[in-house]
Ligand binder design. Sequence first.
Ligand code: DGL
Length: 292
Amino acid sequence: MTSPNSQPIGVFDSGVGGLSVLRALRAELPHERFVYLADSAHAPYGERGDAYVGARTHAITRHLLEQHGIKALVVACNTATAAAIHEVRSRYPALPLVGLEPAVKPALAVTQTGRVGVIGTRGTLTSAKFGKLLASLQGQAEFVVQPCDGLAHAIERSVDKPVPASPQGTETWELCERYIDAMGAFGTGAGAIDTLVLGCTHYIFAERDLRTLVGPEVRFIETGEPVARQTRRLLESAGLLAAAASGAPQAQLFTTGGLPQLQAAAQRWLNLPADCCQTVAIASDTTEHSAA
Ligand code: DGL
């Protein structure tokens, strides 16, 4: 019988954004096998509402458990975490589970001006979970919170296009410019935003656009590496780490949407060959979901 330790870790996102988390996971846990699921046919999640995102999260979790026998799950999506992680946790109490939330606490440790920007999807930033998190930090910094409708989708759509010589003029650039402008001044001067929390796993892939807009001194805070360390801790305490000798490290990537997009993103961001990627269809099970 196969040991549970040699089973893969499941990782999922609404699309290719969670590959930023998979990249950090592979670096932190080089002996582990990963199954990544990009739900691109149903992206973006950020503007869909909790019932829809919850139903997708349940269907994907069940698929990863039943078809791949995952030993742990990383919900590499802030929006799905906010909408549904509590339900996944109560449905599968024995499954080691890691979710994502905008890294506002780590931002507090680095801001000098006391003004922290947070960008994310509307779903994440208007969620009760995020509201509670911000309320718990009241008075410790001023948070400028900006939902970025359409940005994850624009990043998703651009992954299989050649990288332009300069960022300006793309759909991603125009959206970044609009939202960054709306947040006020960036920089290290008094009253400026000196720290920007990337509260959506897609946004690190617009780093060049965001960096050009906010300038060189602003710190970006994202969650890939801390999430990878948290996953290691969880596996360690459950005694589920893969043995060093358990064979070649592997990643299998699946998408419910377009294969060329996933292949291009996997190649560009993780240096993975096209034959790691496949398509899959996963029907939503709305009957079992109770909206959060
Ligand atoms: N990447 C996802 C997140 O971290 C969501 C993007 C979307 O589908 O709207 O929230």
